[in-house]
Write a protein that binds this ligand. Sequence first.
Ligand SMILES: [Zn+2]
Length: 262
Amino acid sequence: MVLVLVTWCAVLGLVVGSFLNVVIYRVPRHLSVISPRSACPSCGAPISARDNVPLASWLLLRARCRSCHERISWRYPAVETGTAAALALVAWRLGLHPDLAAYLVLAAGLVALGVIDAEHLRLPTPLIAVTTCAVVALLLSASAMIHDWHRALVATVAASVWFGLFLGIHLASPRALGRGDVRLAPLLGFSLGWLSVGAVVVGFFAANLVGSIVGIALMTAHRLERRQPIPYGVFLAIGAGVAILFAPQILSPWPGLRGLTG
Ligand SMILES: [Zn+2]
């Protein structure tokens, strides 16, 4: 049963990932994600349905446009495969539970936001707003379905705390933490808080630990200057992923914290 669900979500992830490629290219350029149809960035030829099958078309066309034979970036299949993996992992972790839809939407939103932040060093507000509204609405419906409003309460408190904390850091040091990260904070606080207080703690520390390790590694390799801004949204997304998937396992060795993952 779990295998069927995981497979189904992986296939869904390929299709969603294909759409996220459109979002990732167009949203930072202020273009509509609905029209016009996808076209080759080199020659402008519209991409036919048979050439728009996630992953398969890229492999069959050997990473080249059918009309101009220009190379198609590896990023397209990478986003599709990455989204498939993210959705499959979320399904494996949560199973067929009323909150599954919310975390699938969250995972898709964070893939798009993470890739955009890595490329453009910003998190588009409309994308944060759409993801936040969808995830909060789905989690509130899940609370209603399982008659558990305590989770929604913890989620609201976590969202407020995380927002206040990030706003404080941003005001103290705007260079360290951008406005986009502050806008993203309530979404992460709410979705991790709905799972458990432990997930909020793990998400916060995992984001900063991974961010510090990557930052120091890049500085050591002279790929990053000390005062150069880093795409913090990428690490927030990774931290949230770690928390959703592994918070109970990470906190289990500490008796004092174990209770937080209930
Ligand atoms: Zn072309």
